[in-house]
Design a protein around this ligand. Sequence first.
Ligand code: SF4
Length: 70
Amino acid sequence: MRRCPYLEEFVKDRRSVLRVYRFDCHVDRKSKRKYALSDSPPICVRTYEDCPLYQAEKRREDRTITRYTD
Ligand code: SF4
C-alpha cells in the first residue's frame, strides 16, 4: 500500500454500514477521521503527493537539505 511518509497511524474500522478511517498526521499533529459508505480510504494512502500538508512539509524538508548541502 502506498502511504504518505508523514502518516503516523492508520486504522480502518467498520461501524455497521460505515467504514471508519482514523489517521494521524505528523505534519499538523492531528488525529483525523473519515467516514464513508463505500471503500474510500483517505488521501494519505492514495495520492498523498496532492495533499497540501504533504507538499508544504516536503518543500520545508527540501529547503533544509539544500541548506546543509550548499
Ligand atoms: S497525506 Fe497529508 S494529511 Fe495525510 S499524513 Fe500526509 S501530510 Fe498528513
